[in-house]
Unconditional design. Structure first.
Length: 111
């Protein structure tokens, strides 16, 4: 349905925001083959697409995107419930950040 609001989805320290913005033309060269959208540096647990063939994940350096195919896909993580992404929607991945008041710096949350 046109004009229908897509929902924003959170799973732990990542936020998946539906976007209408087109991917950069060079994004196809930056496809992530293993479906991982956020790596857990501290725990080794990753946020990833459950079935890699059902979606494309793009690492554009400063941003990551998940483009879902014609079927719904799940994002899984060892410490969180799976979340479902709507079919035929592109999501921009936002990683949580924290502010260190002692050092006065913003940094990504380490999972």
């Amino acid at each position: 349905m046109q004009g229908e609001q897509k929902r924003i989805i959170r799973q732990g320290d990542i936020l998946l925001v539906p976007t209408e913005d087109p991917l950069p033309g060079w994004a196809k060269e930056r496809i992530v083959r293993d479906g991982v959208i956020a790596r857990g540096e501290a725990t080794g647990h990753h946020h990833r697409v459950a079935v890699v063939e059902d979606a494309e994940v793009f690492d554009c350096g400063h941003s990551m995107f998940v483009r879902v195919g014609p079927a719904e896909v799940s994002i899984v993580h060892e410490e969180h419930r799976p979340v479902q992404l709507e079919p035929s929607v592109t999501y921009r991945v936002h990683k949580a950040r924290e502010y260190d008041y002692l050092l006065h710096v913003v940094r990504p949350v380490r999972d």
